[in-house]
Design a binder for this molecule. Sequence first.
Ligand code: AP5
Length: 216
Amino acid sequence: MRLIFLGPPGVGKGTQAQKLSAQLRIPKISTGDILREAVSKKTALGLDARSFMESGKLVPDEVVIGIIRERMIEADCRKGFILDGFPRTEPQARALALMLNRDRPGLDRVLNFELSETELVRRLSGRRSCPNCQAVYHVELNPSRNPDRCDRCDGKLIQRSDDHPETIRKRLEVYQAQTLPLIRFYEGQGVLTRIDGSGSPDGVYQRVMSAVGKLP
Ligand code: AP5
């Protein structure tokens, strides 16, 4: 199954993609995670990407398209994948279509997660993540058992450097200007399903499962 998870920052794409990836046994490919790892390892990619990410802007298209092109030829993608946070611009969506349509028709479904801006800001402001295993928590909505430590691997939880108020505001503006047009793009191809992102993570997951045909 080839899926894209689309939606604004903080809507819960990563949380849902992680669950579905474990259930379907297909990889979750998050450009955000790949870029953050490069930043923390101070690779050439990370050094290039850092200032864009910290100011809430998008990393240039050619950089992220290159990342996805390399990742998708790995063997674990043969059975399918969930793209989380890619594509985010029309040039990225067109580049992806070229990559996918080479062998067989492109995508099974694009899930577009929707949530009010107030709730997005609340989710982003309280997020804590584990840099070790990428688990995601929220200080009130989904806290770890031991504050500051990851339930899964006991790593020290951090607040992402782009989850501060001014950067959150910028990311939401960038989403409106550059990513929102993709809803029409995929609607036009007849592959878009809208998912209400409100309510508990389990409640949202039921909607995801129903959209990908795993529930009646
Ligand atoms: P990226 O890491 O992709 O960030 P994002 O799209 O802004 O999305 P987030 O990770 O912030 O949110 P999410 O929807 O995954 O929500 P989550 O599940 O964590 O990108 C970061 C940066 O990298 C970009 O700004 C850009 O610079 C660069 N970048 C990445 N991809 C790029 C691309 N393709 N092109 C160019 N640049 C790119 O949930 C959020 C919080 O809410 C958590 O605390 C979670 O516990 C909580 N939560 C989740 N679901 C629920 C629920 N149902 N109820 C209550 N709480 C919930």
